[in-house]
Design a protein around this ligand. Structure first.
Ligand SMILES: CSC[C@@H](O)[C@@H](O)C(=O)COP(=O)(O)O
Length: 343
């Protein structure tokens, strides 16, 4: 079964699979400066919460190698996108290494490189554990609805929600994934379909607006989505359209699972209303490729994420186990457990 890394550290450069060009082309970017990494995150050459966290960590290593001001590099990387907490979580980990570092520059570069590689490897291990932890939730012949892209591309490897589908398939369960196309950037149609095709996993791409109809007509067994930030009460920010999907799932009595590493859980944020929601350029809506599809002069609103209230979420699957409501109690316990297992 084919697999690939969307992020690699090679010869002191950060190599990224350029996600803007999938599925037309499989091209790689070779980045040498923290500014290039921040730009790759901002323009979504690399995207998906865990992937941007890992990429930013290597951005700090690049800054140290070049002898750049780490405070400035850190600030630039933090400003690249606001919603996914993994970005800030990874940069905080890097900062704990460089702030007040006592040794020389070469030792600092070595320490930062080791930490960034650790962040990347921990992500792969966490994703595999998420997939294993979710196995009992997936009936054989399950029809699974998925939103956005949460696979190898969105992480360092394997993926979270899409990783669950992959691991269930690898475990011999006959799963079929229905993939929301995920307007406006089409992460489902372009990226998730590409990944599942590469892996030989049965799937069908649907328009976002078709999800209710598909639940009604085909009897979806479960919905599984990723997350960009999970508040302490379980409210979950994820790709725009996730909330609508959760509402449709509730009406149809379909279990709604969120899959994420504990690095996506933000215990400092009490509830979803506090999560910063990124608004992206109007052109993402006004144009399909080069073609304008919205009349000149019509105002548009383009939030990249929405918040699904905790009460619509059946369970949150992490590498440290499953969290069930009340999330105020189960999430801090899982974060503690994951920290203990890592140290
Ligand atoms: C494992 S990826 C989890 C989330 O980051 C994913 O569902 C998502 O919303 C990605 O948004 P994107 O804007 O493509 O970075």
């Amino acid at each position: 079964m084919s697999t690939f890394r969307s992020i690699a550290w090679e010869g002191g450069r950060l190599v990224l699979l350029d996600q803007r060009r999938i599925p037309e082309e499989k091209t790689f970017l070779e980045l040498e400066t923290p500014g290039e990494v921040a730009e790759a995150i901002r323009t979504m050459a690399v995207r998906g919460a865990p992937a941007i966290g890992a990429a930013a960590a290597f951005g700090v290593v690049l800054a140290a190698r070049r002898g750049e001001d780490l405070e400035a590099a850190d600030a630039r990387l933090r400003a690249s996108r606001p919603t996914a907490v993994n970005l800030f979580w990874a940069l905080d980990r890097m900062k704990r290494v460089w702030a007040g570092f006592a040794g020389g520059r070469e030792e600092l570069v070595g320490a930062l490189e080791a930490e960034a590689l650790k962040i990347a490897e921990e992500d792969v291990a966490a994703n595999k554990a998420i997939g294993r932890n979710a196995l009992p939730l997936i009936p054989d012949e399950a029809k699974i609805l998925h939103h956005c892209n949460t696979g190898s591309l969105a992480t360092v490897d394997y993926g979270t929600a899409l990783g669950i589908i992959r691991i269930a398939h690898e475990a011999g369960k006959k799963v079929h994934a229905f993939l929301d196309e995920t307007r406006p950037r089409l992460q489902g149609a372009r990226l998730s379909a590409w990944e599942l095709r590469e892996l030989g996993i049965p799937h069908t791409v649907i328009a976002d607006g078709a999800s209710g109809h598909v639940m009604q007509k085909f009897g979806i067994d479960l919905v599984v989505v990723g997350a960009d930030r999970i508040a302490r009460n379980g409210d979950t920010a994820n790709k725009i359209g996730t909330y609508n999907l959760a509402l449709a799932a509730r009406y149809h009595g379909v279990p709604f699972y969120v899959a994420a590493p504990t690095s996506t859980i933000d215990l400092e944020t009490a509830a979803g209303a506090e999560i910063p929601i990124e608004e992206r350029s109007p052109e993402e809506l006004t144009h399909c490729g080069p073609v304008r599809v919205v009349p000149e002069g019509s105002p548009v609103y383009n939030p990249a994420f929405d918040v699904t209230p905790a009460e619509l979420i059946t369970a949150i699957v992490t590498e440290a186990g499953l969290a069930y409501p009340p999330f105020e109690e189960s999430l801090p316990a899982l974060v503690r457990k994951a920290k203990e297992e890592r140290s």
